[in-house]
Design a protein around this ligand. Structure first.
Ligand SMILES: Nc1nc2c(ncn2[C@@H]2O[C@H](COP(=O)(O)OP(=O)(O)O)[C@@H](O)[C@H]2O)c(=O)[nH]1
Ligand SMILES: [Mg+2]
Length: 233
C-alpha cells in the first residue's frame, strides 16, 4: 500500500537516536532513511525498524535528502532530522496543510523546548539567514528548519541542484519564484542525541552560511534579470 506521506530522514551515524525516531512516525507515514556512509550500523538499525533504507554515495546533506526524494512514491513527502531533535509525531503539523491541499510547502519553525538546545553560533547564523531569506522572498519566515513537507511531484519539478547544506534554502527560494503558497508553522525542537554533523560545529556553520549566501546572491541576480526581461519591449 502506498503511504500517504513518505518521510525522508537523512542519516549520517545516528545509531543512538534512530530507534526512538523510527517508533514515533504516525500511521500512514513511511520512513525513508538515506544512509550516507554511516559506520555505526545506522542502516541495519533502520532496517530493523522496518524503514526503507537507501544509500547515497555522494556526501552532503542535500545529496542525501534528494536521494530520498527520488526514492519516495507517496503523493506528499516530509523531511525530518534523524537526530531526535524533532519528534516525527509532530510531522502532521507540516504535512497536514499539504495533504489538505491548503499550501504547497509548509516549513517548521524550530521552537526550543528547553534552554541550551541550540548552540549560540548556530542560532545567530540562522537568525541572520532568516533575515536575508525574508528580504529575498518577501515572506514572514523565521527559520530554515529541516522539518517541512510538500507534494512529491511538484518538488521534483523544481529541479533543485544544491547537494550540500544549501538545499533547504534553495527549496524555499525556488518554490517562491514558482509562485508556491508557503506557510511557516511552529514545531517543537529539543537537544539532539549524539554529535551534530552540520551546524553543531563552527566549521559546519561556516560551510552552511557560504552555501546559502551563494544561493541568495544567485536568487537576487535571477530576480534582477527577470525584471529587466519584463521591461524589454
Ligand atoms: N545522509 C546524510 N545525512 C546527513 C549528512 N549530514 C548530516 N546528515 C543528517 O542530516 C540531519 C541533520 O544534521 P545534523 O547533524 O542534525 O545538523 P544540525 O541539525 O545542523 O545540527 C541528521 O539526521 C544527520 O544525520 C550527510 O552528509 N549525509
Ligand atoms: Mg539536527
Amino acid at each position: 500500500m502506498t503511504p500517504a506521506v513518505d518521510v525522508i530522514l537523512p542519516c549520517l551515524n545516528e545509531a543512538g537516536p534512530l530507534p526512538w525516531v523510527l517508533t514515533r512516525l504516525p500511521a500512514g507515514y513511511r520512513a525513508i532513511v538515506v544512509d550516507n556512509g554511516s559506520t555505526d550500523g545506522s542502516a541495519d538499525i533502520a532496517r530493523g525498524y522496518d524503514a526503507l533504507v537507501v544509500h547515497e554515495a555522494q556526501r552532503g546533506f542535500g545529496a542525501a535528502v534528494h536521494r530520498g526524494l527520488l526514492t519516495a512514491t507517496a503523493p506528499v513527502v516530509a523531511f525530518c532530522d534523524a537526530d531526535a531533535s524533532m519528534d516525527p509525531g509532530d510531522l502532521p503539523l507540516v504535512a497536514g496543510p499539504v495533504l489538505a491541499g491548503e499550501h504547497d510547502l509548509v516549513l517548521g519553525r524550530r521552537r526550543t523546548t528547553s534552554r541550551g538546545t541550540w548552540p549560540a553560533h548556530a542560532r545567530f547564523a540562522n537568525w541572520a539567514l532568516a533575515r536575508l531569506m525574508r528580504r529575498a522572498t518577501g515572506l514572514p519566515l523565521h527559520d530554515l528548519g529541516p522539518m517541512r513537507a510538500a507534494g512529491r511531484e511538484p518538488l521534483l519539478a523544481l529541479g533543485l541542484r544544491d547537494r550540500r547544506s544549501g538545499y533547504p534554502l534553495e527549496m524555499v527560494l525556488t518554490a517562491r519564484r514558482e509562485g508556491w503558497s508557503i506557510l511557516e508553522v511552529d514545531t517543537p525542537y529539543s537537544a539532539r542525541v549524539g554529535q551534530s554533523k552540520v551546524t553543531g560545529t563552527i566549521k559546519g556553520t561556516i560551510t552552511a552560511i557560504r552555501d546559502m549566501s551563494q544561493l541568495l546572491a544567485e536568487h537576487k541576480k535571477d530576480a534582477a534579470r527577470g525584471r529587466t526581461e519584463r521591461v524589454r519591449p
